[in-house]
Design a protein around this ligand. Structure first.
Ligand SMILES: *[C@@H]1O[C@H](CO)[C@@H](O)[C@H](O)[C@H]1NC(C)=O
Ligand SMILES: *[C@@H]1O[C@H](CO)[C@@H](O)[C@H](O)[C@H]1NC(C)=O
Length: 88
């Protein structure tokens, strides 16, 4: 699962791919991997809350144990994020 997140909902893109075989910890039990990209706004506390919230959604909706979920946070510079033929 790749999730791109920006603060204005208009710019939020969510990409889900359930077709990728993933082994984690030597098993193929339900598992998820996420990437969250934002121009600013991320930090230890926000990331912790997002990780907790997303893990809870995955656990309740998709029965993915939170111990089988990685999420990677990227804080992108505006000039390193292309959009609409330019950059933010
Ligand atoms: C993270 O969650 C805690 C507990 O719900 C809350 O007190 C805190 O304000 C949140 N931090 C951010 C940055 O949202
Ligand atoms: C996309 O770029 C065009 C040309 O620069 C501009 O007219 C338009 O307003 C832009 N659209 C958005 C949603 O930013």
């Amino acid at each position: 699962m790749i999730v791109s997140f920006l603060y204005l909902f208009q710019y939020v893109m969510i990409l889900l791919n359930g077709q990728v075989p993933i082994a984690f910890g030597g098993t193929e039990e339900p598992v998820a991997y996420g990437e969250l990209i934002s121009i600013g706004g991320l930090g230890p506390s926000v990331n912790g809350n997002l990780s907790s919230t997303i893990a809870e959604i995955l656990e309740t909706k998709l029965s993915i144990d939170s111990s089988r979920f990685y999420i990677k946070f990227y804080d992108a510079q505006r000039s390193f994020f292309g959009y609409n033929g330019s950059t933010f």
